[in-house]
Design a protein around this ligand. Sequence first.
Ligand code: ATP
Ligand code: MG
Length: 199
Amino acid sequence: MLIRNSVPVKNRPPEHWGLLQVYTGNGKGKTTAALGVALRAAAIGKKVAIIFFDKGGEHYSERIFLDWLGRQKIKGGGRIRYLASGADRIDQKTGRFRFGVTPKDRLEAQKGLRFAASALGGRYDLVILDEFNSSLKLGMISERAGKKLLDNRAGDVECICTGRGAPGWLRRRADLITEMKLVKHYFYRGYAAREGIDF
Ligand code: ATP
Ligand code: MG
């Protein structure tokens, strides 16, 4: 089937970057969707920064690839850089996930905010704030700090905020909201998080 774009090329508005996207909800796919956009943007020469909030430790397989990608030359000057903040949520001894918020979690969130403020200043075309929504929800980032961060971003920087529980003020500012809806998850049948699929 041939799919035609309904807007003729000559009538399309000029490309505009600088919108705010929010990927939220309880279903799986928020972080991975944002990573997909990062690949797409870098491929056409855009500069991408990913700030990971609340993701300390060495568990996240995508970083192996991001490290490799960081050393490659992409046509058109595209690149993906990342900075990670967060205290490790996986207990070294038991391997279990740690819930709750400690002073160290809060301190790490401040570090993430500093990374994010710098990345949003205009050096990047796309900035992904991974687990930003959940960090707000957990009170690790205050509403005031979150608003200040986004309101001070350079005008043409596209921003994607991921994480469960995006607050109302963020939803009102967003140009796009995708709510990942939990329909089924193998977790509830006893499957633990799987390397290469879930982290
Ligand atoms: P992904 O990183 O796979 O895109 P996500 O960013 O949408 O997932 P998070 O809320 O950040 O999901 O949770 C991260 C981890 O929790 C992933 O391993 C994911 O498979 C798992 N997960 C996602 N949704 C659920 C759920 N409803 N119940 C249990 N585990 C979940
Ligand atoms: Mg996530």
